[in-house]
Design a protein. Structure first.
Length: 83
């Protein structure tokens, strides 16, 4: 899946050692999808990452852009054991 990254997302990927493939997989085949509570254009895609101890990756992206624009990405500690 193709996507673009915000500057914040680019920085987060490097700081948090997040693979671009993990982002693409999470967006293409999320285990859960949530609307953003503040912005109706944003979606939250969630997926446990086996290569990272099954921690849950949260990818927040603008679904109205083509290709989708990733705003931020992080491992969500609040989702541990929930997916």
């Amino acid at each position: 899946m193709s996507y673009t990254l915000s500057k914040h997302a680019e920085d987060a990927i490097h700081e948090r050692e997040i693979s671009p493939e993990w982002i693409a997989e999470t967006m293409a085949q999320p285990l859960a999808m949530e609307p953003d509570p503040d912005d109706p254009e944003l979606r939250h895609a969630l997926r446990p990452i086996a290569d990272f101890g099954y921690r849950v990756l949260r990818v927040i992206f603008n679904q109205t852009k083509t290709p989708p624009h990733v705003v931020t990405v992080f491992f969500d500690r609040t989702m541990k054991g929930k997916l």
